[in-house]
Design a protein around this ligand. Structure first.
Ligand code: ADP
Ligand code: MG
Length: 340
């Protein structure tokens, strides 16, 4: 085992909500929220991942928490790079720069944005950087044979973006990326409670409600739950009772742009590939795929079979890891981009 002398080979899923790092020969070694807490004045990073997440909404004026990836691309380079370094050093016994790094990026990314991701990985110590489109990584993670001349449809719903793509012959035939995904659903819940119940709730509370109570189709047993927040008028803490039925309408409305984008891409799909997708259906990955009833809703709207990956939150990272372990075999799926 001489790779330790040269640092580890890594596969990185730098998501808007979560960062996952796969280490060659080991699998997913890190899975933490893409959040950084830093000192406003010195810009020094104080905490990353779970530790930084616990500080969100509870900081004082010298500390700020941000999600440097927000809309799928790096919004703050310096901080994103620092976060990546901190994550890598967490899983390496001793700080050693990584050798080969495969890193996935949204499919609609521009040449400039590709450069930024590549630079960040290089600054974090990578010697060779390979890029792969997220839907392609998801397809490989799910276990599809992406080299065959058969169409597959992937819908990856993350925090900041939903990526929809048709894959065939090692490439992306057509794709669409929209900035409506899990975060937007959470934001819709916050806005709903404010306008309908005059109660202000935090993002964490709203996200909890979404994951535990949110559903797009009737539940066998509807859920009654308590929501705690601050009264909009009086400013004092308040508690109300809500049902999963009430929340359903709000979520079904919010999910519409995703369904419309899927339908629009199906319309643009070449006929031969349409026939494949008619048979094989749609595969859902990303944390957003866990929203209860999303598969049923998509199936109703498209009349296609819909499958949710067994572990949608790790599909992209697993696929990126498989590519790292078999770089030769998967060389044709890597994104071509100019190096300086
Ligand atoms: P990214 O790739 O952008 O980092 P992820 O694939 O990690 O995103 O998914 C994160 C999103 O999934 C978040 O918006 C989160 O709220 C959502 N999510 C996670 N679990 C659930 C669940 N059980 N129900 C609904 N949404 C969920
Ligand atoms: Mg993702």
């Amino acid at each position: 085992m001489n790779f330790s002398l040269f640092g580890q080979d890594l596969a990185i899923d730098l998501g808007t909500a979560n960062t996952l790092i796969w280490m060659r020969g080991k699998g997913v070694e890190l899975n933490e929220p893409s959040i950084v807490a830093f000192d406003r004045n010195s810009k020094r990073i104080i905490a990353v991942g779970h530790e930084a997440q616990a500080m969100v909404g509870r900081t004082h004026r010298d500390i700020n928490t941000i999600r440097p990836l927000r809309d799928g691309v790096i919004a703050d380079f310096e901080i994103a790079e620092g976060m990546l370094r901190a994550f890598i050093s967490k899983i390496s016994a001793r700080w050693q720069p990584a050798r080969k790094v495969v890193i996935c990026v949204p499919s609609g990314i521009t040449e400039v944005e590709k450069r930024a991701v590549r630079d960040s990985a290089e600054h974090a110590g990578a010697k060779e950087v390979y890029l792969i489109a997220e839907p392609m990584a998801a397809a490989i993670g799910v276990g599809l044979n992406v080299h065959e001349p058969v169409g597959h449809m992937i819908v990856d719903i993350g925090g900041g973006t939903t990526e929809i793509a048709i894959i065939s012959l090692s490439g992306i035939v057509i794709d669409e990326s929209i900035r409506i995904a899990g975060d937007e659903l959470t934001a819709v819940i916050v806005r709903y409670f404010r306008s309908a119940h005059n109660i202000i709730i935090g993002d964490r509370t709203a996200e909890n409600i979404k994951c535990k109570v949110g559903s797009l189709v009737p539940l066998e047993e509807e859920i009654y739950f308590e929501v705690r927040g601050r009264d909009l008028m009086s400013g004092i803490p308040k508690m109300i009772e809500v049902t999963s039925i009430e929340l359903r309408e709000v979520l079904n409305e919010a999910i519409k742009p995703i369904i419309e984008a899927v339908l629009a891409l199906l319309e643009k799909t070449p006929a031969e590939l349409s026939a494949d997708i008619f048979e094989r259906g749609i595969i859902l990955t990303g944390g957003g795929a866990l929203l209860k009833g999303l598969d049923v809703r998509l199936q109703q709207e498209t009349s296609l079979p819909v499958t949710i990956d067994e572990d949608p939150l790790t599909a992209v990272a697993r696929g990126t890891g498989i590519v790292l372990e078999n770089l030769e075999y998967y060389s044709s799926v890597l994104l071509k981009s100019k190096r300086s």
